[in-house]
Design a protein. Structure first.
Length: 395
């Protein structure tokens, strides 16, 4: 029987959660990125090896890069996109040379993952990340003042957004702006309202069809290079998995992922199966089935839960609770793992700020130690229980 690999995201030497902490959490693999290298630049072998040495000195493996960001020019196929593409391939080759087997990336225009509240207190007193559709609408319509933004929301959300803006203090508004566009951990880009508006304008005319074509072109170019370098690509789904602020999103559903797979048919061109991202869309209502369909090319796993609300809002629930059936998802993962030679890397994705972490300041929202420790502990117990009951009892 084969087990998935337990990994942990580490933001590098400045991460308040240390590699020693990670060891105590019980993960064996590290997911990290060279965040200091500007988007588009090639990652030099020496820089990669330096990070690898630091990780290995702590008794851990450098398992996954998350992420090599895709330059906006590549998504739009404008400007110096050919140059950035060549750099992307250089980074992949250097990672291959350093023996790093997996690279996660996303193809979301302008924004990476998006939340409105980074400290939403839930019933047990811990703090979760939340995406509130009413606050998104209030930002979009009244602060960003995007043309025709009101057309993108239901009448109920619109009327609640009006109420929100009426009652919001200046501090509430600034907090909302910061949470949405000042960049969440790992998202690399930060914006002010004005330059966010300007950046959105550069996507005029880029419909979902156009963006998908650009993604396919990106993959036809880059995936063969990844294969040659021995590096498995894992595209991260859109988070949340629907268009936002008028920007198209094309990695939100199973059909979207099939188009990614079709662009270059290889196990090296795969998916980061992220339960929390896919699961934030009401019609992705059967995640185990989605894994059955797509899992043969899942090169990386992000496991967490969301609790959906009727207006499209959601918050991040504890790893084993929420709107989806994590047991069934894990069962599919365990089955897929038995068909693979290599352990599929999995990380507990996000966690609540809880216990002692509530008394600390700073840190990366969603990436505190204790919440993720709880997530990893629960997930590894679930996996072990499934593996043992399926295989061990029969030997
Ligand atoms: C959020 C992360 C994402 C992810 C990127 C992958 O916590 O899952 O920021 O790293 O989208 O490129």
């Amino acid at each position: 029987m084969r087990h998935i690999e337990q990994t942990w995201r580490w933001f590098g030497p400045n991460d308040p959660v240390s590699l020693q902490d990670v060891r105590q959490a019980g993960a064996t693999g590290i997911v990290t990125a060279l965040h200091h290298i500007p988007n588009g630049q090639a990652w030099e072998l020496a820089e990669i090896l330096k990070r690898k040495t630091a990780v290995e000195a702590a008794g851990l493996a450098f398992s996954v890069v998350e992420s090599i960001p895709v330059h906006e020019d590549i998504k739009k196929r404008t400007g110096r996109y050919r140059h950035w593409l060549e750099n992307y391939k250089i980074s992949l080759r250097n990672l291959g040379a350093a023996g790093i087997p997996t690279v996660c990336y996303n193809f979301m225009p302008v924004l990476d993952w998006t939340r409105t509240n980074l400290a939403c207190r839930i019933e047990d007193g811990s703090e979760a990340l939340r995406f509130d559709m009413v606050e998104i609408a209030a930002f979009d319509i009244f602060m960003l003042k995007r043309k025709n933004a009101d057309r993108d929301y239901t009448p109920e959300v619109l009327s609640n957004a009006e109420k929100w803006i009426e009652h919001a203090s200046e501090t509430d508004k600034q907090r909302l702006i910061r949470n949405i566009i000042a960049g969440l951990p790992g998202s690399e880009e930060t914006y002010t309202v004005d330059n966010f508006r300007d950046t959105l304008a550069t996507y005029e005319g880029i419909t979902a069809d156009v963006l998908r074509t650009h993604l396919v072109e990106f993959l036809r170019d880059v995936a063969p290079a990844a294969e040659e370098a021995g590096v498995r690509l894992a595209i991260h789904p859109d988070d949340p998995p629907f268009p936002i602020f008028g920007l198209p999103r094309v990695v939100s559903t199973a059909a979207d992922v099939e188009a990614v797979y079709a662009a270059y048919d290889s196990p090296f061109n795969g998916l980061c199966y992220c339960t929390g991202s896919f699961g934030a869309r009401a019609d992705n209502d059967n995640l185990p089935a989605m894994f059955r369909q797509l899992g043969h090319r899942a090169n990386f796993l992000h496991l967490r839960q969301v609790q959906l609300e009727p207006d499209g809002s959601f918050y991040e629930a504890n790893h084993l609770e929420g709107s989806h059936d994590v047991y069934q998802i894990m069962l599919e993962i365990v089955r897929e793992q038995q068909r693979r030679e290599h352990p599929i890397p999995m990380r507990p994705d996000h966690g609540h700020r809880m216990l002692d972490d509530l008394r600390k300041t700073g840190g990366n929202p969603g990436y505190t130690a204790i919440g993720r420790l709880r997530g990893l502990a629960e997930l590894r117990g679930l996996e072990m229980g499934i593996v043992r009951s399926l295989f061990d009892n029969k030997t």
